[in-house]
Design a protein around this ligand. Structure first.
Ligand code: GRF
Length: 202
């Protein structure tokens, strides 16, 4: 039986790594066509422990002027096919994105185009949603292009806003009910397309 070829995945993180954990937990289940081969952090963060506990090679590359050059070098050395931004806070340049055209995906904690773009990250997204008074929010996985949160949408999942929500309670529900569900699914969809030599988005 020929061993199934899998897409080699690098996950970029900056924080707690709960989305990385969702990918790890779904490896071999929802995520079958890709394998997490590397975790890259742009700053000291507790996501490091999650990679270590899962036995996944980890690289911390300090954010700054030479982050991209160092990151590209290790991605190419490890023959990475797909980059997943999971709670990653640095903005990647158009040059970096062009090297991995249509092979970088990002999870954003709102239903893009709402509450997305420059300045919308982390709790700020949920604070803005509560301030606007939306009744439905959620999460989006999209292809990363040169426009922040602007690339083609791969998957979205809606989450109801509750009467007494705070940014923190809303963030946790969006993580649990949306992000941790659609990121592994989207990773599988894109990995399968890469392995089959098909476009990663329609
Ligand atoms: C969270 O705000 C999440 O909504 C967004 O990135 C932040 C941290 O995620 N995607 P993680 O726990 O580090 O994956």
């Amino acid at each position: 039986m020929r061993k199934a070829i899998k897409a080699r995945i690098a996950v970029f993180v900056s924080g707690g790594g709960s989305n990385l954990q969702a990918l790890i937990d779904q490896s071999g289940k929802t995520l079958k066509s890709g394998v997490i081969t590397l975790v890259v952090a742009d700053r000291p963060c507790s996501a490091r422990e999650r990679a270590r506990n899962a036995g996944i090679p980890f690289a911390e590359i300090q954010r700054g002027p030479d982050f991209e050059e160092k990151a590209l070098a290790i991605l190419q050395e490890r023959k990475i096919d797909l980059v997943i931004l999971a709670g990653f806070l640095s903005i990647l340049s158009a040059e970096f994105v062009s090297v991995y055209k249509d092979r970088i995906i990002n999870i954003h904690p709102s239903l893009i185009p709402a509450f997305a773009g420059p300045g919308y990250y982390g709790l700020r997204v949920h604070r803005a949603a509560l301030k606007r008074g939306v009744q439905i929010t959620g999460a989006t996985v999209h292809i990363v292009n040169e426009i922040p949160d602007g690339g083609p949408i791969i998957l979205q999942k809606a989450v109801a806003v509750r009467k007494h929500d705070t940014p923190e309670t809303l963030q946790l529900r969006v993580l649990k009910e949306a992000e941790w569900v659609i990121l592994p699914k989207a990773a599988e969809m894109v990995s399968k397309a890469i392995v089959k030599g098909e476009p990663t988005w329609k």
